[in-house]
Design a protein around this ligand. Structure first.
Ligand SMILES: Nc1ncnc2c1ncn2[C@@H]1O[C@H](COP(=O)(O)OP(=O)(O)O)[C@@H](O)[C@H]1O
Ligand SMILES: N[C@@H](CC(=O)OP(=O)(O)O)C(=O)O
Length: 424
């Protein structure tokens, strides 16, 4: 039994969905658990709809556009039974509207999950019907009933023991009857059935959760790139494909922000010794990258760019030194608001952190600390990390740039800058 994950790009239109079905046909008779993300940029569209609703602006056009996007995929995929699937789509959008009218501003994170989860609910429903039409024996399970989490909405923590039991019970029963089982990535549920999400781009992590609980023989993540390269090929010219990566190297890349894999994905797979393949959905005959237990340590530079960063500097105005107690106060607030530090630095009288641009969370953080510190911040930055750096590469990345913060260790160089026009 193995796990396949199809992300937004691999199911973004009807051609991509047909291609997904062709990929599955390459594995006749193989038991496969399919984890799907929302189609294309649906999650971003739902975030926008939530934003409009919370600001008491009209959501009508945005909802209609999202509906029409999915409807046009359904129309192209289904012919004789289009009406049934269209009806299902209408029902899901009806439910989305109902949930939107019930939003509570005071419980932002919970409302976020209840709305944003619709992307995966829609995609898994359409794909179930399409793959059935294509002749596969397939059933759907709901991730919210299998992956049990706490109530940290938007970044929920998995309760592994319950999850393992539920995944095994639910999935094994379905595999007795079907070759394929499909479920939603990114989603989980609390003990009392409220929907949660595992963090943006968390479907890779969902695939790893299912794989480790089911002792799958492998996980394959189908992407719009040939595998994992030593830099994002959309930004770095002549990026080189890694044929294999150790769990450790892969985990490190995701930690620094290589967006190709969600950072929480590697740990459960490494602990269970399950290999992960990252392969191209447009060239499924190619092997891509395998992440597994191996001795290989790459010496070529690897460039990781984390976009949408903010730099926040905390200071006291009376020349008080930044003590451990003051840093402790900042860390406590960061922990409380689920804000992760991507890079940090202190001087005698200031403490600076580079964090993701999550305006809602950062706003809460500032409110909490504004009485104790004078706070300055810059938004719209990028954090570049070069593993195995050399001076030429640093020069080419920082040339003409204002450096907001940088630091180096023996092997890694990190820099926060405004924008990165690559000349590499
Ligand atoms: N080191 C890297 N190797 C390959 N792709 C990378 C790397 N770093 C960033 N990427 C980006 O990751 C993207 C694929 O991840 P993502 O968009 O999350 O896929 P999906 O949503 O389909 O799961 C690629 O299109 C590429 O631009
Ligand atoms: N749809 C969610 C979860 C996800 O993992 O998506 P993708 O696999 O397309 O990155 C998001 O966009 O955050």
């Amino acid at each position: 039994m193995q796990v396949f994950k199809f992300g937004g790009a691999s199911i973004k239109d009807s051609e991509a969905v047909c291609n997904m079905s062709e990929i599955l046909k390459r594995f006749p008779g193989e038991k496969i658990l399919i984890v799907v993300s929302a189609m294309g940029k649906t999650t971003n569209a739902l975030e926008e709809i939530l934003h409009l609703r919370l600001n008491s602006l009209s959501t009508t056009t945005a909802i209609r556009t999202l509906f029409q996007y999915h409807q046009s995929i359904v129309t192209k995929l289904f012919k004789e039974n289009e009406a049934a699937v269209s009806h299902l789509l209408e029902e899901i959008f009806h439910e989305l509207n109902a949930q939107l009218s019930d939003i509570k501003k005071t419980r932002y994170d919970e409302s976020y999950d209840s709305i944003i989860s619709f992307g995966e609910i829609i995609s898994s429903s359409i794909l179930l019907h399409y793959l059935q039409k294509e002749g596969f024996t397939i059933s759907k399970i709901d991730a919210k009933d299998c992956i049990k989490t706490d109530e940290s909405f938007r970044d929920a923590l998995v309760n592994w023991e319950t999850t393992k039991d539920l995944i095994n019970k639910t999935t094994q029963a379905e595999f007795h009857k079907n070759q394929l089982v499909i479920t939603q990535g990114f989603l989980g549920g609390t003990a009392d059935g409220k929907i949660t999400t595992l963090g943006r781009e968390g479907s890779d992590f969902s695939a790893a959760i299912f794989a480790s609980c089911l002792h799958a023989k492998a996980v394959t993540i189908w992407k719009d790139v040939p595998g994992i390269l030593n830099g994002d090929p959309k930004k770095i010219k002549d990026a080189v494909l890694y044929q294999e990566l150790s769990y450790q190297e892969a985990a490190e890349m995701t930690y620094y922000g290589a967006s190709v894999i969600h950072p929480k994905t590697i740990k459960p797979l490494a602990n269970a010794g399950i290999p992960m393949h990252v392969r191209s959905f447009s060239s499924p005959e190619k092997g891509g990258t395998i992440i597994h237990e191996c001795e290989t340590v790459h010496q070529i530079p690897c460039i990781i760019i984390k976009e949408r960063q903010s730099l926040i500097t905390f200071k006291l105005n009376d020349f008080t030194f930044i003590t451990e107690a003051l840093i402790g106060k900042i860390f406590e607030a960061l922990n409380k608001h689920h804000i992760k530090i991507n890079m940090m630095q202190n001087t005698a009288i200031s403490f600076s952190i580079c964090v993701n641009d999550d305006l809602h969370r950062l706003d809460q953080l500032m409110k909490e600390l504004e009485d104790d510190f004078s706070i300055r911040y810059n938004t719209g930055l990028e954090l570049a990390t070069i593993k195995n750096f050399n001076e030429n590469l640093i020069d080419s990345i920082t040339a003409g740039q204002e450096i907001y913060m940088d630091q180096r260790s023996r092997k890694n160089y990190q820099v926060v800058i405004k924008s990165l026009e690559f000349r590499y």
